[in-house]
Design a protein around this ligand. Structure first.
Ligand code: HPA
Length: 248
């Protein structure tokens, strides 16, 4: 079973033949919403809208632990593909571009970020040198290829706290740090999947230039984001469809 977590612009998977919806409870509280089970082609898929069905849960309030736990321990997912919208920092990552990042820098704070949060068991440090599963990343890139879509295959994802967008100086600093794209939900989601030893990769849609870049020199033109995002997410759906042609 493949889990797909849909972000802004992807609250449902249109190609999913829905079999059932289920409320899954976890030791960490409620996930963002019901899990939708079904198939895309031959592949069994469980889908979860990260921000809730009506897109009402802001990035810093998402219960990442409950979401990841529900998909892996509740639904039995063997891999997670996260779909997310991001801002473009690197010059070639303009709005509309699709990106499968290979690295992460975490700037978030105050989020429940680990399942190993108790003081009566031996301390666990998971390896996170490569935060994304390389095989899953390559499979996403191959799926994009089969769909005839161009995707940037290497990028550093900078995870910010939100919900506000960044200042131009913050983006400048992130660029100096080596960040290529910026989003608000990539962490702790990726680390939690690793703690449960489950392959995780992200497919990102660049919705806008990050603050101070491209046409966002003085303000981010929020009114244009919706259209770019819809077009990008339609492409992301096609990639997921092709991804599902091959079983996990
Ligand atoms: N910054 C942070 N997160 C985002 C952005 C951005 O510019 N665009 C979409 N998600």
């Amino acid at each position: 079973m493949l889990a797909v977590i849909g972000g802004s612009g992807l609250t449902q998977l249109s190609s999913l033949e829905v079999a059932r919806r289920e409320v899954v409870r976890t030791p960490y509280g409620e996930p963002s919403g019901m899990l939708t089970f079904g198939r895309v082609g031959k592949q069994e898929v469980v889908f979860l809208a990260r921000h809730g069905h009506g897109h009402t849960i802001p990035p810093h309030r998402v219960n990442y632990r409950a979401n990841v736990w529900a998909l892996i321990k509740g639904a039995g997912a063997q891999a997670i593909v996260s779909v997310a919208s991001v801002g473009g920092i690197r010059a070639d990552l303009a709005p509309g571009t699709l990106v499968v990042p290979h690295q992460i820098i975490d700037y978030t704070w105050g989020r429940a970020q680990t399942f190993f949060d108790v003081i009566d068991r031996p301390v666990v440090h998971v390896d996170f040198t490569e935060p994304y599963d390389e095989l899953l990343r390559q499979r996403l890139l191959c799926a994009a290829d089969r769909a005839g879509l161009t995707v940037a295959g290497r990028a550093v994802y900078g995870a910010t706290q939100g919900p506000r967008l960044e200042t131009a100086a913050e983006i400048e600093r992130m660029a100096r740090d080596g960040c290529d794209i910026v989003g608000m939900t990539g962490m702790p989601e990726a680390a939690l999947a690793r703690e449960l030893a489950t392959p995780y990769a992200a497919l990102c849609v660049v919705a806008n230039w990050a603050a101070g870049r491209g046409d966002a020199q003085h303000t981010i033109p929020l009114e244009t984001i919706e259209g770019v995002l819809q077009e990008g997410m339609a492409k992301a759906r096609r990639i997921i469809e092709h991804f599902c042609e091959e079983e996990l």
